[in-house]
Design a binder for this molecule. Structure first.
Ligand code: C2E
Ligand code: CA
Ligand code: CA
Length: 572
């Protein structure tokens, strides 16, 4: 044995299956010297022989002749041998409590899918026994020092094994619009916020016998004994964050899954807390949500919708409704264009509104498939109407913020219109303002490309996305769609009306047209007309309607045009 090797700590590996033996040897070989036993009897011989030089035993439970339990018992009964830490390797979760009672220090589960975790647990068991406490880079997040995702899950599981009687809560904590902090205040400030939050939850976990970890960018996880007062906890975590950001507010949101069901995997428990946390995403009034029966039902429904989507597309269950937009500054209100809005005629669940499935499909990326289907169907429809009614007005479709990330979006949409023999000028694209603030550089490039191909771009939900005036002026857009929340409360001379007038000014200076959405009353119509709004969409004119009904609106428009021409001819 060479000098180098003999300095390494020695681990006894007890495992009858050659493949598993090899895997474990590979994991430990770099830092430790492995000696190997193929069954329990051999293990006991080697333990006796090396007793004072063994740092750890890695013990398989199921072996011929003498099984792992007997080896555990044998070591437990010996004053010297019981000092050696034992990690049990098993595929049966049920044995864990029994093994702990027999003195096992820790577990690793078969199959061995997380080598880094196994190695860290071995290091830890040895360090613990030797009274050391090294911190490992892979185990702790380098910015905040919190446990990283995998380790957090492992340790939470481990904690349950030790204190199985505790009721526990799973908590997911997130920062609303964290990317904006990075963008507006700089990465450094963003990091400071993360570190401060991490320090708070580390302290809270420590004081209350819990575990804290970092899930990803701005997501934190805490596993805590039940019974905490969460309002105070959230206040505690949030306090002092403003000081790091020149007094601008940080909105935290917290999802709690109380008194977790321990039959679920730890991962699954935190999924539920995350579901609760996501349920209040974007809300500025609610900062905390507890996972409940309603969310459970929603989750179950969501799973179902995800499962049914592909078949739904294949069976043409997704129907497109058309809502007209009218130009209102001319002599009469004339049909200016339409927006295509999707609905799902689900065979068992009935007619589903987009709000039930669009955000869900955006979360998991399925939206792109659905949107592609909608673009294609609408393009086909436009082609038919061009033949049947000599349609000249464009129809707009929605392009989700998620679609923007698709490779070759420009080429993709262009191919859709080409395949349906219509020009890009007939298919307008609505993109929500918040997509611009989320990923400004990428979206600007994509949108420029689309405009170069001849598509007109409408900025949807304008006024809700926090774009600065500065940014707006540099954006490649053709139409602003004023969000309906502004239209809802307008009255002569009130604050909302002033806001609308301001936005009209912005649009004029950009030389783009303005569409006001959600116009329901004559009063709103009059006010918007007076303010110079070009186009109106809303129940005042029409709800979104099925193809047949929209055709009647086209016919009516064609008739009015014809009457106008005839009247003009008659006057000549
Ligand atoms: P949106 O793009 O802002 O569409 C306008 C929504 O306002 C539509 O809701 C429309 O029915 C509704 N609306 C129209 N006029 C009025 C009114 O006068 N008063 C009120 N209170 N509401 C009015 P809808 O059809 O439920 O669609 C909701 C959202 O779902 C849409 O908001 C859009 O973001 C999304 N969506 C719809 N179809 C698609 C699609 O094919 N693809 C994608 N990615 N998103 C879609
Ligand atoms: Ca829209
Ligand atoms: Ca909108």
């Amino acid at each position: 044995m060479d000098e180098q090797l003999s300095l390494k700590r020695r681990i006894l590996l007890v495992e009858d299956e050659p493949i598993n033996r090899k895997i474990l040897e590979n994991i430990i070989n770099h830092d430790y010297e492995a000696i190997v036993a193929r069954d329990g009897v051999e293990a006991i011989e080697l333990i006796r022989e090396h007793s004072d030089k063994l740092s750890l035993v890695l013990l398989d439970l199921m072996m011929p002749d003498m099984n792992g339990f007997e080896v555990l018992q044998f070591m437990k009964d010996d004053k010297v041998l019981k000092q050696i830490p034992i990690i049990v390797c098993t595929a049966e979760k049920d044995c864990e409590v029994k093994c702990f009672q027999l003195g096992a220090a820790d577990f690793i589960t078969k199959p061995y899918t997380h080598p880094a975790v196994i190695k860290a647990r071995i290091d830890r068991a040895i360090e613990y026994r030797e009274g050391r406490g090294l911190i490992h880079a892979t185990q702790n997040d380098s910015l905040t020092g919190l446990l990283t995702h995998d380790f957090f899950m492992e340790y939470s599981h481990f904690r349950d094994l030790h204190y199985n009687n505790n009721n526990m809560d799973a908590i997911v904590l997130n920062i609303n619009r964290f990317h904006l902090i990075n963008e507006l205040q700089g990465r450094r400030a963003g990091d400071d916020v993360l570190i401060k939050i991490a320090d708070s939850i580390k302290r809270i976990a420590k004081e209350n016998g819990g575990i804290a970890g970092r899930g990803g960018a701005d997501e934190f996880m805490i596993y805590l004994p039940s019974g905490m007062e969460y309002n105070n906890l959230l206040k505690d975590i949030g306090s002092g964050l403003e000081d790091l950001l020149n007094n601008s507010r940080v909105y935290l949101r917290m999802g709690i899954y109380k008194n977790v069901n321990k039959e679920l995997s730890v991962e699954h428990r935190f999924d539920k807390a995350r579901t609760a946390c996501n349920s209040i995403r974007g809300s500025y009034n609610t900062h905390m949500a507890v996972y409940d029966e309603e969310m459970h039902e929603k989750e179950t429904l969501n799973e179902r919708l995800i499962n049914d989507m592909v078949a739904g597309i294949k069976d043409h269950q997704f129907k497109i409704f058309y809502q007209p937009k009218y130009a209102i500054q001319g002599e009469r209100d004339s049909l200016y264009s339409a927006e295509a809005l999707v609905r799902w005629e689900h065979p068992e669940l009935g007619l589903l509104r987009p709000d039930t499935f669009i955000p869900l499909f955006e979360d998991n990326g399925l939206i792109h498939k659905l949107d592609h289907y909608v673009w294609d169907e609408v393009s086909k429809q436009i082609g038919e109407w061009m033949v049947k009614y000599d349609l000249k007005i464009p129809v707009s479709v929605n392009v989700s913020r998620v679609d923007i990330g698709a490779p070759n979006l420009e080429e993709e949409i262009f191919t859709v219109v080409q395949n349906n023999w219509i020009s890009p000028g007939m298919l307008n694209l609505e993109i929500t303002e918040s997509a611009y603030t989320e990923n400004s550089e990428q979206i600007i490039n994509v949108v420029k490309g689309l405009r170069d191909r001849g598509f007109a771009i409408e900025m949807d939900d304008f006024g809700t996305g926090y774009s600065s005036l500065n940014m707006i002026t540099s954006l490649p857009i053709d139409i602003l769609k004023l969000d309906m929340q502004f239209v809802k409360n307008i009255k002569e001379g009130n604050k909302e009306m002033k806001m609308v007038e301001l936005m009209m000014d912005v649009a004029r200076s950009l030389k783009v047209k303005v569409v006001a959405e959600g116009v329901e009353t004559k009063e709103q119509y009059d006010l918007l007309k007076k303010a110079g709004c070009d186009v109106i969409q809303g129940f005042y004119f029409s709800m979104p309607c099925a193809t047949g009904e929209f055709e009647k609106l086209i016919e009516k428009e064609n008739k009015e045009l014809e009457d106008e021409v005839n009247a003009a001819l008659a006057a000549m």
